[in-house]
Design a protein around this ligand. Structure first.
Ligand code: FE
Ligand code: FE
Ligand code: ZN
Length: 288
């Protein structure tokens, strides 16, 4: 199984540091931002560090095509009222694709964007235009993440995801990243996951899915909140998340945890172990 978590990526250790962090959690894959998630300050990719990391990955049987990069939150293709900001997002994502190519990464997860005051139809049109500017000669596939529908987020229903993909010219360079917390908050019942996959298959097509974020949610179905909870401590619950992780229809798809730190400590080692052992650990969080 390809399972891992969000890990850090530092200027001085780069892919090698991210890999070492992932290995310390007992992970078989991982996801990282090429810098801080909340800003667009980025450094050149170091060839020596990349080579070293790739060698260790090969030794360990880790497949680089299952490793995911996440674009920073602040790029927004959905709003074009400030054309300069939109063009900045396009330029940044083109450069991010080059960084992924340098690292040997195949998939870049992107939040489709927030339309702010433009309305969802214009938002989707802007996202399509942006993606068509970005994906011209890309070897990397952009995965649109399914969103919770907080504020004016686009991509919080399968219909919206499908409309975006319909408008993208390079269909072989666009895909989807499901997120269990976001889906729950958007109103898709994770306790009936096979039905959700049927809906997705009908509206979009299961072959577009290349990553799934495994998170519990702090909020009820359809709350449009987007607050992640630790595995088994939220409204989705351990059994439903376990059934998702072991669902045969997503067998080869990388599963990435983005759950919150507990007492300033990453919970990923324990959470990955819980899912691999199929046994809920009720000691992970105090008060339970
Ligand atoms: Fe995300
Ligand atoms: Fe996510
Ligand atoms: Zn989220």
């Amino acid at each position: 199984m390809w399972i891992g978590s969000h890990v850090s990526f530092n200027k001085n250790t780069q892919l090698l540091g991210s890999l070492e962090e992932a290995l310390s959690y007992g992970a078989t894959t991982f996801m990282f931002y090429t810098g801080a998630p909340q800003n667009t300050m980025r450094y050149a990719i170091d060839k020596t560090l990349t080579k070293k990391a790739r060698e260790i990955m090969e030794e360990k049987g880790m497949d680089i095509t299952k490793v995911i990069v996440h674009a920073p939150y602040i790029v927004n293709l959905a709003n074009r009222l400030d054309e300069e900001k939109f063009q900045f997002s396009v330029r940044f994502l083109k450069e991010e694709i080059k960084r992924c190519e340098d690292l040997g990464i195949s998939y870049l997860v992107l939040h489709p964007g927030s339309h702010v005051k433009e309305g969802v139809d214009v938002g989707i049109q802007n996202i399509i235009s942006g993606l068509n500017l970005i994906l011209t000669d890309s070897k990397v596939t952009i995965l649109l993440e399914t969103m919770a529908g907080k504020g004016s987020e686009c991509g919080c229903s399968f219909e919206q995801i499908s409309r975006i993909i319909d408008g993208v010219e390079k269909k072989d360079r666009i895909g989807v990243c499901l997120d269990t917390c976001h889906l729950n908050d958007a109103g898709y019942d994770m306790k009936d996951f096979n039905h959700v996959l049927d809906l997705f298959d009908e509206k979009v097509g299961l072959s577009y899915v290349h990553c799934i974020h495994i998170n519990d949610s702090k909020n009820p179905l359809g709350s449009h909140k987007d607050r992640h909870e630790n595995i088994g401590y939220g409204t989705i619950g351990f059994d439903a998340l376990l059934a998702i992780v072991y669902n045969d229809r997503l067998k080869d798809i990388p599963k990435i945890l983005e759950t919150p730190y507990i007492d300033k400590k990453a919970p990923y080692k324990e959470e990955i172990a819980m899912l691999l052992n199929k046994k809920f650990n009720n000691h992970l969080k105090q008060g339970n």
